[in-house]
Write a protein of this length. Structure first.
Length: 473
């Protein structure tokens, strides 16, 4: 059996989109599951859409996500170069081979003629230049006339191939168009270049989006015309934003880097993306990358589109956060604490100990700590608690004593609060509720009354308690 060789061939047009990353992931998993090689190739022939810096983003994203390729532009290999624009000279020679055996032809039609036939109702090119004699073609080439090379699709019959997910696919040849293989500037189109590159790089398993399912016969006719072995095909259903819209870079849908900035862990992103179009036989949802390699099987690839659900990804992420040690959580949280100026001066390690059981995604840090900025002017009705039978009047009665014990007993605050309640005839829950609201002005906080006082420190706690007493009059 031949060594399995898969590839991921992104265009450098911006950040690596979630849909593209899933294609890369499945290609990586299939290759590694079968002891094969995973190759990265940059398809940069569309210079109009090229975004400077995109290639470096692709490299860094792949490395960060753990999708380590065996061959590629920055790691080398025996089948380079791995950047399409550096392979330009090869394509024209293969296109000429197709011309010589009748699988392609020179087309000299100008833009005006093409617009005219479309305005008259044509839905595809009419093979006009296929009727030119060899002598006329050569004369026009010698004259330096502008030309493209088009594929010559048969007008009759059909083409069948087997997709490893969808089974046998048959397309009537009359439905296919004589697409351009070599553009007038001498550069290949995507349709032609990827066939040539896949063959020359020994790619024998092509994994890509289902939008290519019906056009794959065009590629197979090129393989046949060049006398090359066809690869195996694995087509994937799209990832959707909702029931009718595809997840798309064009509409600003999130990239891998966006989710990292939001505080998702890379392991969770890869885990969730794996589930967008594939499921394990035992319906397990949490996998490390090595476990995905072990479990991945084409029988689990879905025949239906998947809808991207960020809430589900949050849940997956929370499973990974829960597994972090407190030190691991703190080290990762430090990347986000700097986003919030109001956290300066606090004991951040202590804050991490309070947040680690409450954070699902690290951007939650802002939501869980924003109470620190909202103290002045908070709604005094928060002192009302039906369960503990507290209100503003109870708070007004308690606060002078709470301030005093904070001043004198901060190092043994919990015991001091409990003792105060027993002496003054208040229940423990009443004291802790009033104390926490007076300190934070927040309905919910990432810790109880004592934890909030320790986080704020004695000086800030006293400042807040005194400010609250002034407001209560």
């Amino acid at each position: 059996m031949k060594e399995v060789r898969t590839r991921f061939a992104p265009s450098p047009t911006g950040y690596l989109h979630i849909g593209g990353l899933r294609t890369a992931l499945y290609a990586y998993l299939y290759a590694k599951k079968n002891g094969g090689k995973f190759i990265l190739r940059i398809e940069d022939t569309d210079r109009e859409r090229y975004v400077p810096g995109s290639v470096e983003i692709i490299y860094s994203t792949m490395r960060d996500a753990g999708l380590i390729y065996d061959e590629g532009p920055d790691v080398g290999g025996d089948y380079g170069p791995y950047i399409q624009s550096e392979r330009k000279n090869a394509y024209l020679e293969y296109a000429k081979q197709l011309v010589e055996n009748g699988s392609a032809y020179y087309c000299f039609c100008d833009k005006e003629r093409l617009e005219k036939i479309h305005s008259e109702g044509a839905t595809k090119y009419d093979k006009h230049c296929l009727s030119l004699s060899k002598e006329e073609v050569q004369a026009r080439l010698d004259r330096g006339d502008s030309y493209v090379i088009r594929q010559n699709i048969p007008l009759t019959g059909s083409t069948t191939y087997t997709d490893m997910v969808f089974g046998d696919i048959t397309v009537e040849n009359k439905e296919l168009e004589d697409n351009i293989l070599i553009k007038s500037d001498g550069m290949p189109t995507y349709n032609f270049a990827n066939v040539v590159d896949d063959h020359l790089m020994g790619i024998n398993y092509v994994i890509r989006g289902v939008e290519y399912l019906s056009s794959t016969p065009k590629y197979n006719l090129m393989y046949d015309g060049l006398g090359w072995e066809r690869p195996h095909y694995i087509h994937l259903q799209p990832i959707m934003r909702d029931a009718t819209h595809k997840l798309s870079k064009r509409y600003g849908d999130a990239s891998y880097e966006d989710f990292i900035k939001k505080g998702f862990l890379k392991e969770a992103i890869i885990n969730y993306i794996a589930l967008l179009g594939w499921s394990s036989k035992d319906n397990t949802e949490k996998f490390s990358l090595s476990e995905l390699v072990e479990k991945f099987d084409l029988s689990g690839v879905s025949h239906s589109p998947s809808i991207f659900d960020e809430q589900k990804m949050r849940y997956i992420n929370s499973l990974y956060v829960k597994e972090m040690t407190e030190d691991e959580f703190h080290d990762y949280a430090m990347k986000f604490y700097g986003n919030y100026d109001y956290l300066k001066g606090l004991d951040l390690r202590y804050l991490s100990s309070l947040l680690c059981s409450r954070v699902e995604v690290f951007s939650d840090i802002g939501k869980l700590t924003e109470f620190l900025t909202c103290f002045d002017g908070f709604d005094l009705s928060l002192f009302a608690n039906a369960k503990w039978k507290t209100d503003v009047e109870v708070a007004k009665a308690m606060l002078p004593s709470l301030i005093e014990l904070t001043e004198n007993s901060f190092d043994s605050l919990h015991d001091a609060l409990i003792a105060y309640g027993e002496k003054a005839g208040y229940k423990k829950g009443q004291v802790l509720w009033i104390y926490r609201i007076a300190l934070t002005g927040a309905q919910s906080t990432p810790g109880g009354a004592v934890e909030m006082a320790l986080l704020l420190g004695k000086e800030e706690s006293l400042r807040r308690l005194n400010e609250c007493l002034k407001r209560l009059g």
